[in-house]
Ligand binder design. Structure first.
Ligand code: UDP
Ligand code: MN
Length: 297
């Protein structure tokens, strides 16, 4: 494992990783087979990453859906901790998608940071709320969000930031390793296996299992990703199918076909239920406990 031969190349390509030092984490995989860096704590210099982003005068979008009870339960903490840790010092535009704009908490925003609220219709089933995000994001990326942001991260709301999540995470397309599955053998990964689904992955297919709670990239790359997933979801629905993990299954299919330019280690989206692990030095986002009984009927 260890050194990523093209780490220097990807540094030149996306410019946000600072001076990558993949060899400083010999105990983890820091490079994908196709040469994309896997970002672990310690392999980048956060200050260099910050400077590089500042020089380019970027605007970074962060989208989050808060529909039904997820709004009261999670949104305020998500936004407050994002103000502390997400792309600190950069120009940021939050896009909150909800059916109740009036209920969005007023969070004090730092300089250069804006929040926009977008109205969505409330789907009845929680799975439909989750899946409808792809279509809604696709439209938003083709509208104002796409015009005002250079890069965008799309996140679940049921988590909060616990440490720096900065420009080292930026790239043309960014996928998040799922914290439950990053050390599982490939054949056990929970990809969609029904060959009739648009999200189907055959045995032997799949590089990693990615978590839909965090993905990102340039506006153009995310337009492609959301179009692919929305199309796959509609295709399945027309056939009476629903992939095992909903939009996440389609996201995994997309990243199998179109390899991400950067992969985030599970430190970027960690589940505290997994306890402490030596390789998880500094979790940047922490999942909230899954209180589904309170949230989903
Ligand atoms: N979501 C929402 N209201 C719902 C269901 C989902 O706002 O009723 C949004 C919210 O941003 C949530 C995301 O969709 O974080 C994905 O759903 P969830 O987190 O419940 O899925 P899981 O992470 O358990 O797969
Ligand atoms: Mn979630």
């Amino acid at each position: 494992m260890g050194v990523c031969p093209s780490a220097t190349m990807s540094l030149l390509r996306d410019n946000f990783t600072g001076a990558l030092r993949p060899w400083s984490r010999p105990e983890v995989l820091t490079c994908t087979p196709w040469g994309a860096p896997i970002i672990w704590d310690g392999i980048f210099d956060p200050d260099v990453a910050k400077q590089e982003a500042t020089q380019q005068n970027l605007t970074i979008g962060l989208t989050v859906f808060a529909v039904g009870r997820y709004l009261e339960k999670y949104l305020e903490r998500f936004l407050e901790t994002a103000e502390q840790h997400f792309m600190a010092g950069q120009s940021v535009v939050y896009y909150v998608f909800t059916e109740r704009p009036g209920a969005v908490p007023r969070v004090a925003l730092g300089p250069g940071r804006r929040l926009r609220v977008e109205l969505v219709v409330r789907e009845q089933r929680w799975q439909d709320v989750s899946m409808a995000r792809m279509r809604t994001l696709h439209a938003a990326l083709g509208g104002r969000l796409g015009r005002e942001a250079h890069f965008v991260f799309c996140m679940d709301v049921d988590q909060h930031f616990s440490s720096t999540f900065g420009p080292e995470a930026l790239a043309e397309s960014v996928a998040q390793l799922h914290s439950w599955h990053y050390h599982w053998p490939r054949w056990l990964l929970p990809f969609e296996r029904d060959a009739h689904s648009a999200a189907a992955m055959a045995r032997g297919e799949g590089d990693f299992y990615y978590h839909a709670a965090v993905f990102g990239g340039s506006v153009a790359a995310l337009r492609d990703l959301t179009a692919h997933c929305a199309r796959g979801l509609a295709w399945d629905r027309a056939r009476g199918l629903e992939a095992r993990w909903h939009d996440e299954s389609h996201l995994n299919k997309f990243f199998w076909l179109h390899k991400p330019a950067k992969v985030l280690s599970p430190e970027f989206c960690w589940s505290p239920d997994l306890g402490r692990r030596a390789e998880i030095r500094r979790p940047r986002l922490l999942w909230a406990p899954k209180e589904y009984r309170l949230l989903r009927d």
